[in-house]
Design a protein around this ligand. Structure first.
Ligand SMILES: [Zn+2]
Length: 576
């Protein structure tokens, strides 16, 4: 008898994305879509035995920066190693279209500065065969991919395209500029953008140190662009703001009015600041009240600290400002390690550290050894306060720099120190648990494809399940609930109603997960970007199979060669 389905995943524990308890059963896929769920008697052309494994919809990561990589690379790694079958890029107002030929370098400098993607890699990797956003989408579509890609129109590129130098220099947009931006944003949505993104944070600067073009965009400009989305009848808005220009309530009222006027859904980055451990609650409270009034605003949140990885292979180490360290900074790793093991060199660095701490009372704060931890393998992203480098140093009567120096040399110089800069004010993740569970929050902020020398947070997705579903001593969630959060809820937040659930008619994107074995691997430095650029990569263990449109793309972490990923053009309706 011929097989009835293309693929049957048999005897798994199904987390179908609705958030309920796991149910034993099978999932069948045909023609790229879920064909049946439950007790399936027909056979599949391909069958996967999922006994003892959890079967989930593919995960949807709405916050990535693969805008360059997606034009030259078939694999959206690291995200596709983490069970992610759909990424959304073009976040934080940065990207590469629309663009005029004379602004190519400007957009590269912006991406390099904001997202720490090496300019040399972008220069070599980007083909610039596009000017309009639509032509950019065509270029992304010409490259085959492992997983699906959604795009957003980045404000930085849009503003420079319309206003040129004036846009880059943060000048106010004229009525004519705004009218053009509105038209272009409507056009971008019509050709397939899922939304528009903008940045209002001073943390986002070009590699030359200039603020991001959208930093002080007026309410009129933002409203105009949002109305472009309304004109097209689709599109979400992603925004990051410092909330301090001129003050929180002025900024918030403006954001609220933009959503009231445009009626387009908006997500806003939210994390716990280390200066005010409860500041996030005020912003979430405002979002709650907007939500009660029927405004589609959500906070975009992370499941763990957001922090930098310090190491001898990374962009920075705790000794980056030391003259002695500068001498060896560009040397290959083994050479660096050899020199650092020399007692005379070590003495020089530690002497410099001691001087620095004496000379600059703030140095300790900047170095922040109080909130710097050995990352370890497996990585520990919720380290107890007493394991900080400062605490270790105090216990052993050494200086923190002395302790850090040794830790950096571990694993032949490949070890990383983890220095959280958000979400770790109180040395625990209790508040992240609150955010994960909050109906007005959606998971994001992983920045896959970006910050490649400093941050490695695309692994948020796997960590959600290992830490919050399995390992944490308290405050754990049911796996079924977490699957809903990372699949269905994220997909809905960007208008993708055709995925995130294991239901007939939905996209045939699945994971078969060995939950006991599931793990976030230690980050490592790879030297595989165009022009030999380096990037932090972090894989996972325990994804037995990741399936896109019914095709297995990874089997136990190894690529199968299948590249069924598609560019998503516009919001997607739920199957009837
Ligand atoms: Zn971002």
């Amino acid at each position: 008898m011929p097989a009835q389905y293309d693929l049957v995943v048999r005897n798994g524990q199904i987390a179908d994305g609705t958030g309920g308890p796991l149910l034993d059963g099978d999932v069948a896929v045909s023609d790229g879509k879920i064909a049946a769920v439950g007790d399936i008697s027909g056979t599949g052309r391909e069958e996967i035995n999922a006994r003892g494994k959890v079967v989930t919809p593919g995960f949807v990561d709405i916050h990535t920066h693969y805008d360059g990589q997606a034009t030259w690379d078939a694999r959206l790694n690291p995200s596709s190693w983490h069970g992610v079958t759909t990424i959304v890029m073009g976040n934080c107002g940065v990207g590469f279209a629309p663009v005029r030929a004379h602004d190519h370098d400007r957009l590269i400098e912006l991406m390099e500065g904001v997202e720490d993607i090496p300019g040399a890699a972008l220069h070599e990797g980007l083909s610039w065969t596009w000017e309009s956003f639509g032509e950019y989408l065509d270029a992304v579509e010409r490259q085959r991919h492992d997983i699906d890609i959604g795009t957003q129109l980045p404000h930085g590129a849009l503003r420079v395209y319309v206003m040129g130098e004036r846009g880059a220099k943060l000048e106010a947009a004229t009525g004519d500029d705004i009218a053009q931006m509105r038209n272009l944003s409507a056009d971008a949505m019509r050709v397939g953008a899922l939304g528009f993104s903008t940045s209002r944070t001073l943390n986002h600067k070009t590699v030359k140190g200039d603020p991001t073009p959208s930093l002080r965009a007026s309410e009129a400009e933002l409203t105009g662009i949002a109305q472009g989305l309304s004109d097209a009848g689709s599109g979400v808005i992603e925004m990051i703001s410092d909330f301090n220009a001129p003050d929180l309530m002025t900024e918030w009222s403006m954001i609220r009015r933009i959503v009231e006027t445009s009626r387009r859904p908006l997500t806003l980055s939210l994390a716990q600041g280390h200066g005010s451990a409860n500041g996030w609650r005020s912003i979430l409270g405002l979002i709650e009240s907007a939500s009660r009034d029927g405004l589609p605003i959500k906070a975009q949140v992370a499941p763990r600290p957001i922090g930098v990885l310090l190491g001898l292979q990374g962009t920075i180490s705790p000794f980056i400002t030391h003259a002695a360290f500068q001498e060896i900074r560009e040397k290959p790793l083994n050479e660096k390690v050899r020199i650092m093991r020399d007692p005379a060199f070590r003495a020089r660095i530690l002497e410099e550290s001691a001087q620095r701490e004496k000379a600059h009372p703030l140095a300790r704060g900047i170095m922040a050894f109080e909130r710097m931890f050995p990352l370890g393998d497996p990585p520990n992203y919720e380290p107890p306060k007493e394991t900080s480098i400062a605490a270790m140093a105090a216990r052993s009567n050494r200086s923190p720099a002395d302790v850090a120096y040794d830790l950096l040399l571990e694993d032949e110089g490949r070890a990383f120190l983890f220095s959280p800069f958000a979400n770790y004010a109180e040395y625990n993740l209790d508040h992240c648990g609150e955010m994960i569970a909050h109906g007005d929050c959606v998971l994001g902020l992983g920045d896959g494809g970006a910050h490649v020398g400093l941050i490695s947070d695309a692994s948020f997705v796997t960590y959600l399940f290992t830490h919050w579903g399995r390992d944490r001593a308290k405050g754990r969630f049911d796996i079924g609930y977490l699957v809903k959060r990372q699949a269905a809820d994220t997909a809905r937040a960007v208008g993708l109603n055709d995925r995130g659930l294991l239901k007939p008619g939905m996209k045939g994107d699945l994971n078969v997960i060995d939950l006991e074995r599931l793990a976030v691997k230690a980050p490592m430095m790879a030297y595989d970007l165009p022009a030999g650029g380096k990037r932090l990569l972090q894989g996972a263990r325990g994804y037995d199979a990741t399936i896109v449109s019914g095709e297995v793309i990874y089997r136990d972490g190894e690529p199968t060669g299948a590249l069924p990923g598609k560019l998503i053009r516009g919001p997607q309706a739920a199957p009837n």
